[in-house]
Design a binder for this molecule. Structure first.
Ligand code: MTE
Ligand code: HPA
Ligand code: MOS
Length: 778
């Protein structure tokens, strides 16, 4: 068959819901018209970080206005668990509470306000138990949610000891609240014969179906989960939509009425897990050129009270400690610290950013230690293309473009001259200091659990030529449905206006994987392509049977189908095919090839391919207040052959700003009792449009995936979350200027003004100890 029409795929068609997003017409779960008799749920939560519940008096809750029922763990007919991997995650705490905010009971009332008001009226007696509140403390007490893991190659410790230069140190990087605009929400409706229809804002409809069945002792065919779109997920709805879905379903099952559970923002932030904060303890040995000979690191994550996805997150952190660098000898250990805080979970990058930032910090240190330009030290350590190209976990990097990509960005951003300009500025500006940094990224694409790398799709062609696409991937704003529709339109040679995507529905495509690991388009695009190709083959066979010619010579393009000199509008051919009893709908399936992983040795080929990128950021720091501003950012990112360049650029810019928030302004703080004190936008600062730099350029690196991905594209959802590393290191560069770039500022993330001031002070103290006279006020 002929190559497909370029008319649909590769174009920057608008997001399929853009017109609905901007007009407010897009339907989110809370916009679904409520069925008469709908009950509203609210959660009563723990006020202790770690305690045994001695008694619970819920009478006042039951007596509160509008309350229909109050349910606890004792009312759960099946398994009281919503953990995605390990069964340590109660839906409702049963006798033991493990963090402040943990749901203990659920109230069901006539209105949302009545449910929320009643939930506060419980009297609970606790016997307090010792609480662990930080990853470091958990590590000290060897309190982990899963066993520690280790990836070693060579004899790193000995090589570090013998190396010409070595450095040891510690660093902390904070967690991050997802801050999806649509909070966690589920609406569950009982249907006939003990069935349930579930609307849930989730990245993982099948997981919701499975967990709900365990909770209520149902079979999967009794439950249909439907998900049209999320107002953002960012990983926060990969596993953690489950608790809310389960509570709503428990109520619906007991009361035989539709139940909606919509969390208020504060409750959402108090209850749900976040990005894992990490503590690092590292040592590195290197030569005179700054080339790393060996590195060892302990990655200690704050997992929270339960395992959730902490194990695969830590695995991805281990597999991204190398970032774009060849590390000959390594000893990488990861520990998932069990703390009495929210159970941390997936968040854009899934541990990858937390792994990679550690090596960037180390390389930054090496450069200053040797008095070298950081970019030169970075380049000296890049993966090679012929040799020095096997990752610590044994995968050979065959698609490396980091050299060309960084060269291109270095030139286009005028890195060298701007670096000189920043340094010149700093010599004459005593208080305001400029900083500049270029950081690269390499990100592995595929779920690091092999069997998740599969997807299904269902494509219907109707007799009027319109096409409906259903697949197992969820739309959370990232443009998945648009790209999949483009793939189908391209395959059938029709314009995108003929193709419509529908809600994910577990009764249409079964056994779906989470839309995560950036694989949404790779997996579902391929599955939909497979389905569309089957239909195209049938149509080609049909047209040939009527008009002669060879099936593989049929051209599908411009809304027409052509064989030899005969051209028929697609719509007409479809109708004729139907009348001749040709099947016009098809399923499709895809499984990513050539993946394997040995979790004991932490080796294998966990990733189908890598995505690359780099960025240059320039900042201005006020060394008296710690305030700073991003002046300019230049991003260059590899999306392979883009299916939709505009959507990809949106993903890159969005990830950059989101990651910048993580590394600078977003700070999670728990008080000494273990209560999260930053649980609303008033105390938790996400970036706003005003935080975008005046000069902000994003370009796509010209590249094709070497692997046979859908249209040779590359995943784009998570990799660019690592681009804003350059913002963090530019701030560090500005601080280092106070000591002539010869001291390594002990800057932790988030680099809030307070953290920046602390790092400035420590840098000045260190400079004086080194016999220098630092600039800036003390
Ligand atoms: N973009 C938007 N607008 N909203 C989101 O919630 N989630 C991110 C990323 N981009 C997200 C997003 C995360 S965590 C992932 S894994 C990918 O999108 C998932 O979608 P994809 O695999 O289709 O790229
Ligand atoms: N990303 C997101 N979710 C996952 C992964 C991953 O790599 N592995 C298992 N679940
Ligand atoms: Mo994304 S963290 O894999 O949902």
């Amino acid at each position: 068959m002929s190559p497909q029409s370029p008319s649909a795929a590769g174009l920057s068609t608008p997001h399929e819901s853009a017109h609905l997003h901007v007009s407010g017409e897009a339907t989110y779960i809370d916009d679904i018209p409520e069925v008469a008799g709908t009950v509203h749920a609210a959660l009563g939560t723990s006020e202790r970080a770690h305690a045994r519940i001695l008694s619970m008096d819920l009478q006042a809750v039951r007596d509160s206005a509008g309350v229909i029922a109050v349910l606890t763990a004792a009312d759960i007919p099946g398994e009281n668990d919503c953990g995605p991997i390990i069964h340590d995650d109660p839906v409702l705490a049963d006798g033991l509470v493990q963090f402040i905010g943990q749901p203990v009971f659920a109230v069901f009332a006539e209105t949302y306000e009545q449910a929320r008001r009643a939930a506060r009226k419980a009297t609970i007696d606790y016997e307090e138990l010792p609480a662990i509140l930080t990853a470091e403390e958990a590590h000290r007490q060897q309190s982990y949610v899963v066993p520690p893991m280790r990836l070693a190659r060579g004899n790193a410790q000995a090589t570090i000891t013998d190396a010409p230069h070595s450095l040891r140190g510690k660093m902390d990087v904070g967690g991050q609240e997802h801050f999806y605009l649509e909070g966690q929400i589920s609406y569950v409706l009982p249907t006939e014969d003990n069935g349930f229809r579930v609307h849930c804002s989730t990245q993982h409809p099948t997981e919701m179906q499975t967990l709900l069945c365990k909770l209520l002792k149902l079979r999967s065919h009794q439950v249909v989960v439907e998900m049209r779109r999320m107002g953002g997920g960012f990983g926060g709805k990969e596993s953690q939509s489950a608790l809310f879905c389960c509570v709503a379903a428990l109520g619906a099952s007991k009361l035989k009425r539709p139940v909606k559970l919509r969390l208020d923002r504060d409750d959402d932030m108090m209850i749900s897990g976040k990005r894992h904060g990490f503590h690092y303890d590292y040592a590195v040995g290197y030569d005179d050129n700054g080339r790393i000979l060996a590195a060892s690191i302990e990655l200690i994550s704050q997992a929270g009270f339960s395992a959730d996805l902490s194990q695969p997150v830590a695995t991805r952190a281990v597999c991204h400690f190398d970032n774009a660098y060849y590390l000959d000898e390594v000893d990488i250990q990861a520990f998932c610290g069990k703390t009495n805080t929210q159970s941390n979970t997936a968040f854009r990058g899934f541990g990858g950013p937390q792994g990679a930032i550690a090596i960037e910090y180390i390389i930054d240190n090496i450069a200053r230690d040797l008095g070298k330009e950081p970019l030169d030290v970075r380049k000296a350590n890049f993966y090679g293309t012929q040799d020095r190209n096997t990752t610590p976990y044994g995968q050979v990097v065959v698609d490396n473009v980091i050299h060309e990509l960084v060269d291109e960005l270095e030139t286009s951003s005028e890195y060298a001259s701007r670096r000189k300009a920043c340094q010149a500025f700093n010599t004459t500006s005593p208080v305001l200091k400029k900083g500049l940094a270029l950081t690269p990224l390499k990100f592995g694409i595929s779920f690091n659990v092999v069997h998740f790398n599969q997807a299904g799709a269902l494509v219907h062609v109707y007799t009027d030529g319109s096409v409906l696409v259903n697949h197992g991937g969820t739309e959370m704003g990232q443009g998945l449905n648009t790209k999949v529709a483009q793939v189908v339109a391209g395959e059938l040679g029709i314009s995108i206006s003929n193709v419509r995507s529908t809600a994910v529905d577990t009764s249409k495509v079964a056994n779906t994987s989470a839309t995560a690991a950036s694989t949404g388009t790779d997996l579902n695009g391929k599955a939909a392509e497979d389905a569309a190709r089957k239909i195209r083959t049938r149509l080609a066979d049909f047209i040939v049977s009527v008009h002669g010619g060879q099936s593989d010579e049929v051209v599908f393009a411009n809304d027409c189908v052509r064989i030899n000199d005969t051209e028929i509008p697609f719509t007409q051919l479809v109708l004729e095919a139907y009348l001749n009893r040709v099947q016009l709908w098809s399923d499709g399936f895809y499984a990513t090839p050539d993946l394997h992983w040995d979790k004991d040795t932490m080796t294998g080929r966990p990733f189908y391919y890598f995505a690359y990128g780099a960025s240059v950021s320039e900042v201005l720091v006020d060394t008296l207040t710690g305030e700073w501003k991003l002046l300019r950012a230049d991003l260059l990112h590899d999306v392979g052959n883009p299916i939709n360049p505009a959507i990809d650029i949106g993903q890159i810019e969005g990830a950059f700003i989101q990651g910048m928030g993580w590394l600078t302004s977003e700070e999670l703080r728990w008080n000494d009792k273990g209560k999260l004190t930053t649980h609303a936008p008033s105390t938790y600062k996400i970036p706003a449009s005003n935080d975008c730099p005046d000069h902000f350029t994003t370009r796509l690196f010209d590249n094709k995936n070497v692997e046979k991905t859908v249209l040779r594209s590359k995943a784009v959802g998570e990799p660019p979350l690592l681009l804003p590393f350059s913002v963090f290191f530019a701030i560090r560069d500005a601080i280092a200027s106070l000591a002539d770039y010869r001291v390594n500022p002990p800057l932790n993330a988030p680099a809030t003004p307070e953290a920046i001031l602390d790092a400035i002070e420590a840098t000045q103290v260190q400079a004086r100890e080194n016999g220098m006279s630092p600039t800036g006020s003390a």
